[in-house]
Design a protein around this ligand. Structure first.
Ligand code: MG
Length: 389
């Protein structure tokens, strides 16, 4: 019932199930679900999705139980994006699917892990979490009898591949074409992208406060936080502690979501796209912040970079994380036989296709798939003489 209402309710420039560019391997139509519902459900059932619960972004799990993980981040992104998608009359289910899949390719230990693995892979084509998310849904998941990967629709895969170098785009077939032609992705993908930015800006601020890396006074150096802080204190002068922070963050998110809906709605009305192709061919993204919100968003981002991501406690942690990733990579490259059998076999197979580079890719796939705690455990098993394996 809901799905049918959704269909009637969709704008002509939204992604419509019946006009999907389809899946790589032919499958019959789902009985009770839409194509994008099937994509979303496959993502939720995937192994990579379940691993997100033990992968962190900025704060490692050992620091406390209440910080965001990649899983809670993905859910928050989806929740923000669904609100925007629904308000813009575009496909909420596709938007949700893209959001839930967008971080599947992340390494353990957040950005530190990704940078370390990218360094290790420099001579072998590099490592990029965005491409890795696609690699997971296209090749690495082993759940279906008839194909590798999840066999998702073009639209979901297009949304997952947020950015891509020209060199990589040339190897990606129809999915890479838009980067070569400099076209846009669907509005659903554009919403997912912006929701990601909104979610992590606000929750890294929240987590930074919780961890005591920054204080309420520090946060007021940013315009957006200062404005909301003043408004909350006017309305609730005695509010303090975590409840005060929650109230401010809640308002921050609400304000920026409202801004994106209004600004994007206006931009779409002005261009009056007739279909999704018109969205793709438009010279720029139509899902955007207003100038003022964009300014505040960038200010907050800068603040987080200087005060949270470069805080010595975070750097101390990321330094350790990089050491774990680099040590594991070197060990497995030298001795692939130290990896579990299925990864050894992948190394042999990929190395056969492309000597050295293939082996490196198999090692990167293995490391990227690790959760934070599995990576630490594997490090101890390999390098700590006192650890039993
Ligand atoms: Mg993200």
């Amino acid at each position: 019932m809901i799905a049918m209402n959704n269909v009637e309710w969709l704008a002509p420039y939204a992604a419509h199930d019946e006009h999907s560019r389809g899946r790589q391997f032919h499958e019959s139509l789902p009985t009770f679900r839409s194509e994008f519902q099937r994509d979303r459900d496959r993502i939720v059932h995937s192994t990579a999705f379940r691993r997100l619960v033990y992968k962190t972004q900025v704060f490692v799990n050992q620091e406390g139980d209440l910080y965001r993980t990649r899983l809670t981040h993905s859910l928050e992104v989806a929740q923000i994006a669904r609100t925007i998608a629904r308000a813009l009359h575009i496909n909420e289910t596709l938007t949700e699917a893209i959001c839930l899949a967008h971080d599947l390719g992340h390494t353990p230990f957040g950005h530190a892990g990704q940078d370390a693995l990218n360094d290790c892979m420099r001579e072998y084509g590099g490592f990029e979490h965005n491409l890795q998310s696609l690699r997971i849904v296209d090749h690495l998941e082993e759940r279906y009898a008839e194909f590798n990967g999840l066999n998702l629709t073009f639209e979901t895969r297009e949304g997952i591949l947020k950015h891509c170098s020209q060199k990589n785009a040339r190897q990606l077939g129809e999915l890479g074409e838009r980067f070569l032609r400099r076209e846009q992705a669907s509005l659903e993908a554009q919403v997912a992208n912006l929701a990601d930015e909104i979610a992590y800006n606000n929750h890294d601020l929240d987590d930074g406060l919780r961890a005591g890396l920054i204080t309420l006074d520090d946060a007021q150096e940013t315009t957006a936080f200062r404005n909301q802080y003043t408004a909350v204190m006017q309305a609730h002068p005695t509010l303090s502690g975590r409840r005060l922070v929650h109230e401010i963050v809640r308002r921050l998110i609400n304000q920026v979501v409202t801004d994106v809906v209004e600004t994007s709605r206006h931009a779409i009305e002005k261009v009056a796209p007739v279909d999704i192709q018109a969205i793709r061919q438009h010279e720029r993204s139509l899902v955007t912040f207003s100038d003022e919100a964009s300014h505040q968003h960038l200010e907050l981002k800068r603040f987080l970079r200087e005060r949270v991501y470069r805080h010595f406690r975070v750097l101390r942690m990321t330094n350790k994380a990089q050491q774990v990733v680099k040590s594991l990579f070197t060990a497995f490259m030298q001795s692939p036989e130290l990896m579990p059998p299925e990864h050894q076999q992948a190394a042999i197979r990929l190395n056969h296709e492309l000597p050295e580079v293939g082996r490196a890719r198999a090692v990167a796939d293995y490391i990227a798939g690790m959760t934070d705690r599995y990576a630490v455990l594997e490090y101890e098993r390999i390098f700590d003489p006192a650890k039993r394996s």
